[in-house]
Design a protein around this ligand. Structure first.
Ligand SMILES: [Fe+2]
Length: 468
């Protein structure tokens, strides 16, 4: 492959070509792995298998999951592509067939006649990997999730026993309610602007649908729950499949429309509320909760649509900051304030406090000027009680992934858990970093060094008690 034209396929963004199984003897553990850890840390990400025609970060690339399994203080590593129908078809023909989200390609008739995947839109399965209701799912917001086995082998598309209809696109960012165990998710469709909240119970059975109507399909990536509400951002960011098929820039940013905040009662009956504010974009919520009749939402703010749409050759320049928004349902007033000036992304929390008042947010951060390096070289914690931000820098050129909070099973305290993320530090190589959540500034208590390379990726989760 010649990847030289694509900034987001350089350095540690470049794909790996091998699927590997590494036993503990092939890994190098530095420090001490907490013996209480039993389960798996898994992270999804883009890993192109064939030469791309175009590459818009972070929307393109075949999904690959990298997993470190923990049991009794011991570790193992595996990585596997998600075996999507698009990837299998390209393997069958031994070449690139499908285009990019920014530049789609017509599927040749001989591919369809031979039983290949007919849709020109690749289900990348590259965005998130989640374990809920006994199902391990690789997720992408443009289609159905893929069901995986514990060893990362692919079972196939998963439609929640028929609850998902053909054309439904399930979000890659559902939230698990810590009280009920429900998965609060949503579907969107390519052929409709509307949005449907979908709730699945703790056994992954469909439980509830709530319709939200929009005049035009927006790019809505994440959702947040509070005790009584689901909150989404409807930014003036739009994508046109027709323009993508013509090879034109398919993304539009219309700041004059502002950003709307849609508040959806979880009872599915009470009236939905719309709040309006100046235009901003966001990929990710941190948390949300209700206090004194108001709704508080913490999230990563971006000043505009962050796509490097110019033929996939641009690099993102938009600043990103942790913000706290407060919504007053009585007056419909919105306050939207920057919490910190640290450049951050991929915000996470102790998910036992999802939708509840909390103290600590975590994110991948940078302490450098945001130039063409475009890397996150720190793990950060944001203390919403004291206002303090703590950073651990892995190295000036390092790239650190999304920090996942792994609860300490013997403690209810956020601070007593651990943060896990993959880090690539030039000169040191890739490792899984384990940091005490309450003392980020002290740096890793353990590192699991992985020979070879683990490319930069997207979302990760801890799968409690999932073992090989
Ligand atoms: Fe995301």
């Amino acid at each position: 492959m010649d990847l030289s034209a694509f900034p987001y396929l350089q350095g540690n963004y470049a794909p790996v070509s091998e699927e590997r199984d590494l036993a503990e003897a092939e890994l190098r553990v530095e420090g001490e792995i907490p013996k209480k850890l039993r389960g798996a840390f898994m992270r999804d990400g883009a890993n192109v298998a064939f030469q791309p025609n175009h590459y818009v970060y972070p929307l393109d690339g075949d999904g690959m999951v990298h997993a470190v399994y923990f049991k009794d203080g011991h570790v193992e590593y595996k990585n596997r592509w998600v075996e999507t129908s698009h990837l299998k078809t390209e393997r069958q023909f031994g070449r690139t067939i499908y285009g990019s989200v920014g530049k789609l390609l017509e599927v040749p008739p001989e591919v369809i006649e031979a039983g290949g995947e007919p849709s020109p839109v690749r289900n990348t399965a590259n965005t998130n990997v989640l374990y809920h209701g006994g199902k391990l799912l690789a997720m992408w917001e443009g289609g159905f999730p893929h069901l995986l086995n514990n060893d990362l082998s692919t079972v196939g598309l998963f439609d929640y026993d028929g609850a998902l209809q053909p054309g439904d696109a399930l979000t890659a960012h559902p939230k698990i309610c810590p009280d009920s165990g429900d998965l609060v998710s949503c579907t969107q469709r390519w052929d409709s602007p509307n949005y449907t909240v979908q709730v699945f119970d703790k056994h992954a059975r469909h439980k509830q649908s709530i319709q939200v109507e929009f005049p035009r399909k927006g790019i809505i990536h994440d959702l947040q729950i509070t005790q009584n509400f689901i909150v989404i951002f409807y930014a003036p960011a739009f994508h046109s499949v027709e323009k993508a098929m013509r090879g034109e820039d398919p993304f539009e940013w219309q700041p004059e429309l502002g950003t709307k905040i849609i508040v959806i009662p979880r009872d599915g009956v009470s009236p939905q509320m719309t709040f309006e504010t100046e235009a901003f974009f966001s990929w990710h919520f941190c948390n949300g909760f209700e206090r004194d009749g108001k709704i508080v939402i913490d999230y990563v703010w971006i000043n505009s649509i962050p796509f490097t749409q110019a033929q996939g050759t641009g690099v993102e320049k938009q600043p990103r900051r942790m913000y706290r928004m407060t919504l007053d349902p009585k007056s419909r007033a919105v306050t939207n304030e920057q919490f910190s000036n640290v450049f951050c992304e991929f915000s996470r929390i102790d998910e036992r406090l999802m939708g509840k008042d909390y103290r600590l947010g975590f994110a991948t951060c940078t302490n450098r000027d945001w130039g063409d390096a475009h890397g996150y070289n720190c793990t950060g914690s944001f203390d919403f009680e004291t206002g303090e931000v703590a950073l651990w820098e892995y190295g000036p050129e390092a790239n650190a992934g999304e920090p996942v909070h792994v609860p300490n099973p013997d403690s209810d305290r956020e601070e007593d858990g651990w943060l896990m993320c993959y880090v690539h530090n030039p000169g040191e190589g890739p490792f899984l970093s384990i940091i005490q959540a309450g003392d980020v500034a002290a740096g890793p208590v353990a590192k699991v060094h992985i020979p070879g390379r683990v490319p930069n990726g997207f979302h990760a989760n801890w799968m409690q008690d999932l073992t090989l």
